[in-house]
Write a protein that binds this ligand. Structure first.
Ligand SMILES: Nc1nc2c(ncn2[C@@H]2O[C@H](COP(=O)(O)OP(=O)(O)OP(=O)(O)O)[C@@H](O)[C@H]2O)c(=O)[nH]1
Ligand SMILES: [Zn+2]
Length: 224
């Protein structure tokens, strides 16, 4: 493993652009940095603004009023903000002390947009891993959640993407992810089930295969 690496990705880049060695001498295999970028298709903001104006007109609204006239731009910029993942650096450290118990970051707030109605679903994520040779910076677990949440999503896929990413990038002995969320499409409209929570989980490695580890993880998330 490279001793110390730097950020290299420039758009358009693959979603997870691997770093290149910087040549910076660091002396030991202590810190590993990986630039995590996005690979979305090109965005036509002007076309999107026109389309939102057309939508409002088709819905019978007069878009010339003082409040509505700039609404198409606001809507597009709001969606772009909610749908554009923030790039970040995945920082890992050598697990020199051989810590081998669960690391769990609980109650990470997140919001995403449901792919069916473009309405928000919001809740908390519980993200855990059993370290192998690397430890990850704790904030990076929350950044991974946010990264995948800033997309049109279904909760099941979002849960799996977070777990798969961590399993692949950290080479841990296990990964566990639980999302607990309320879908506005189920509460603001439709069935009107205000307060109903949807809980999803994705497990890898020991947390999936070993009953005791799985129970410990689920108990710490409040699920068992
Ligand atoms: N599995 C899954 N379903 C979701 C998610 N977000 C929204 N849905 C559901 O997607 C379904 C879409 O069903 P449709 O019958 O096409 O939509 P609809 O007519 O608006 O349905 P109602 O919400 O029941 O009024 C609904 O049951 C939503 O509750 C999600 O993250 N995962
Ligand atoms: Zn929905």
């Amino acid at each position: 493993m490279d001793d110390l690496t730097t950020l290299t990705a420039e758009p358009p880049s693959p979603r997870f652009a691997l770093e290149q060695p910087s040549g910076t001498a660091h002396g030991r295999d202590a810190v590993d940095l990986e630039h995590v970028a996005t690979d979305h298709q090109p965005i036509d903001r002007a076309k999107a603004i026109t389309a939102v104006g057309d939508l409002l007109t088709a819905l019978g609204r007069d878009v010339r009023g003082p409040h509505l006239q700039d609404t198409p731009r606001r809507v597009v910029d709001a969606y772009l903000e909610m749908l554009t993942p923030r790039e970040f650096t995945l920082t890992t450290f050598g697990n020199d002390e051989h810590y081998n118990e669960l690391v769990l970051v609980r109650d990470v707030p997140f919001h995403s947009l449901c792919e069916h109605h473009l309405l928000p679903f919001t809740g908390v994520a519980h993200v855990a891993y059993l370290p192998g040779s690397r430890l990850v910076g704790l904030s990076k677990l929350a950044r991974v959640v946010e990264h995948f949440a800033r997309d049109l999503q279904v909760q099941e896929r979002l849960t799996q993407q977070i777990a798969d990413f961590l399993a692949e990038r950290l080479d841990p002995r296990g990964v566990g992810v639980v999302l607990d969320a309320e879908h506005e499409c189920m509460s603001l409209r439709g069935v009107g089930a205000r307060g109903a929570r949807t809980v999803t989980s994705a497990l890898h490695g020991v947390l999936r295969d070993d009953a005791r580890s799985r129970s410990e993880f689920l108990a710490l998330t409040g699920l068992r």
